[in-house]
Design a protein around this ligand. Structure first.
Ligand code: NAD
Ligand code: DAU
Length: 347
C-alpha cells in the first residue's frame, strides 16, 4: 500500500509513519509536511534511510503543491494528520487554524477527486463534540466546538462528510481523544509538565485542574487508524479513545510521583478561556472491528516520562529556541500570580 501521510513530521503523524513501516512490510510512505514550528524531522531520523519512506516539504493549503506530490502516482490512500493543533495558540491567533484545518482539508479533498484516490482518512478529534458533562459521545452526537481549533476541525469534518454525500468521495473520519507518548511537542500538557519537572520547574495547572481528558497512548491511536484504513466503511466516522479518563490534576501528580518530585511544583494558574471540562468517547463502533486500547495511563505515563527523561537531546533544542518567548508570553504573568494546591485548599 502506498500512502500519502500529510503532517507526518508532527507528534502523531511521525508515530504513525514509524508504526506503519514497522507493522506493514508492504507499506510505502510519502510524508508531506509544511514543517511548521510543530513539524520536526528529528522524529523520523530512524526512517531516513528506509527505501519505503520519502519526505516532501509542502503545504496542504497549496493546491499546486498537493497536486505536484500526487503526480508521482500510485497512491492508494491519503491519511491527513496535517493541522494546527494547539488550543491555546488558536485562542491567541486563529487564522492559521482556519487556513490549514479547513482550507487545507478542502485542497486535499479536491485532489482526492482529481487523482481518483481510493481512500482518504481525516484525522479528527473528540474536541468537536465540545464538553460532555455526563455520558459519552457517539459518532452521531451533535458538534459543539468551544474554541477556534475545535471549530476549525469541525469545519474540516463537515466538509469531508459533504464530499461523501455530494461526490461519493471515498472518505472516512477518525475522532481521537487526547494522545500522549514520545515526540509530542512540549507545548501540550503532558510533555510540558514532564520536561518542566525534569528541570525542577513548575507544572502550570489551569483553573482547578479537575478538567477531565481521556488519555490515549499514541501507539493505540496508530493501531486504531490502521484498523479504520483497512476495515472502515466509506462515509463513516470512528471514535478512538483510551478508556482512561482522568482529571488533569491526577496526571500532574502522576508525573511527580514517577519522577519523585514534591507536589509544590504544581502551580494553579489562570484558566484557559472556554475550557472544556470533560471529553468522553463511546468507541463501541471501532471496537466492533476488533480494535481496543491496550495501555493503561499509569503504564503509558511511566513509558512516556522515561522517554522524555532519556531523550533530552530531542526536547532541549525545542525549548531553548523560539519556544522560550512563547512560554514567557503565555505563562510568565500567570505563574507570577499562581498558587500551590495547599495554598488554594487553605483558602
Ligand atoms: P502536531 O501539531 O504535533 O503536528 C502537526 C503536523 O502538521 C506538523 O508536522 C506540522 O508541520 C504539520 N502541518 C501543519 N500545517 C500544515 C500544512 N498547512 N501543510 C502540511 N503540513 C502541515 O499535531 P498532532 O498532535 O500530531 O496532531 C495530528 C492530527 O491529529 C491533527 O489533525 C490533530 O487535530 C489530530 N488529533 C490530535 C490529538 C492530540 O491529542 N494530539 C488528538 C486527536 C486528534
Ligand atoms: O482532545 C483531543 C485534543 O487534545 C486534540 O484535538 C488537540 O490537538 C490536542 O492539543 C489536545 O487538546 P487539549 O487542549 O486537551 O490538550 P492540552 O495538552 O493543551 O491540554 C490538556 C489539558 O491540560 C487541558 O484540560 C488543558 C490543561 N492544561 C494544558 C496546558 C498546556 C493545563 O492545565 N496546563 C497547561 O499548561
Amino acid at each position: 500500500m502506498k500512502l500519502l501521510v500529510t503532517g507526518g513530521a508532527g507528534f502523531i503523524g511521525s508515530n504513525f509513519v514509524r508504526f506503519m513501516l514497522r507493522e506493514d512490510p508492504d507499506a510505502q510512505i510519502v510524508n508531506f509536511d509544511k514543517l511548521t514550528y510543530a513539524g520536526n524531522l528529528d522524529n523520523l531520523r530512524e526512517c531516513e534511510t528506509n527505501p519505503r519512506y520519502a519526505f516532501v516539504r509542502g503545504d496542504i493549503a497549496n493546491a499546486g503543491q498537493v497536486r505536484e506530490v500526487l503526480s508521482s502516482g500510485g497512491f492508494d490512500a491519503i491519511v491527513n494528520f496535517a493541522a494546527e493543533t494547539h488550543v491555546d495558540r488558536s485562542i491567541g491567533s486563529p487564522s492559521d487554524f482556519l487556513n490549514t484545518d479547513i482550507f487545507g482539508t478542502f485542497c486535499l479533498l479536491e485532489a482526492v477527486r482529481e487523482f481518483a484516490i481510493s481512500r482518504y482518512i481525516q484525522i479528527s478529534t473528540d474536541e468537536v463534540y465540545g464538553t460532555v458533562p455526563v455520558g459519552s459521545s457517539t459518532e452521531t452526537a451533535p458538534l459543539n466546538p468551544s474554541n477556534p481549533y475545535s471549530a476549525s476541525k469541525a469545519g474540516g469534518d463537515l466538509l469531508v462528510l459533504s464530499y461523501f454525500r455530494t461526490y461519493r468521495t471515498p472518505v472516512l473520519i477518525t475522532r481521537a481523544s487526547n494522545n500522549y507518548g514520545p515526540n509530542q511537542y512540549p507545548e501540550k500538557f503532558i510533555p510540558l509538565a514532564t520536561t518542566n519537572v525534569l528541570d525542577n520547574q513548575p507544572i502550570p495547572l489551569y483553573g482547578d485542574g479537575m478538567q477531565i481528558r481521556d488519555w490515549l497512548f499514541v501507539e493505540d491511536h496508530c493501531r486504531g487508524i490502521q484498523t479504520v484504513l483497512l476495515q472502515g466503511k466509506e462515509g463513516e466516522i470512528y471514535n478512538i479513545g483510551g478508556d482512561q479518563e482522568r482529571p488533569n490534576r491526577e496526571i500532574a501528580e502522576l508525573i511527580l510521583s514517577i519522577l519523585d518530585k514534591p507536589k509544590e511544583l504544581i502551580r494553579r494558574v489562570a484558566d484557559r478561556p472556554g475550557h472544556d471540562t470533560r471529553y468522553s468517547l463511546d468507541c463501541s463502533k471501532l471496537k466492533k472491528l476488533g480494535w481496543h486500547p491496550t495501555v493503561a495511563v499509569e503504564e503509558g505515563m511511566r513509558q512516556t516520562v522515561t522517554w522524555y527523561r532519556d531523550n533530552r537531546w530531542w526536547w532541549e533544542k525545542i525549548k531553548s529556541g523560539e519556544f522560550k518567548k512563547y512560554y514567557q508570553e503565555h505563562y510568565g504573568h500567570r505563574l507570577e500570580e499562581s498558587t500551590t494546591l495547599d495554598e488554594e485548599d487553605a483558602r
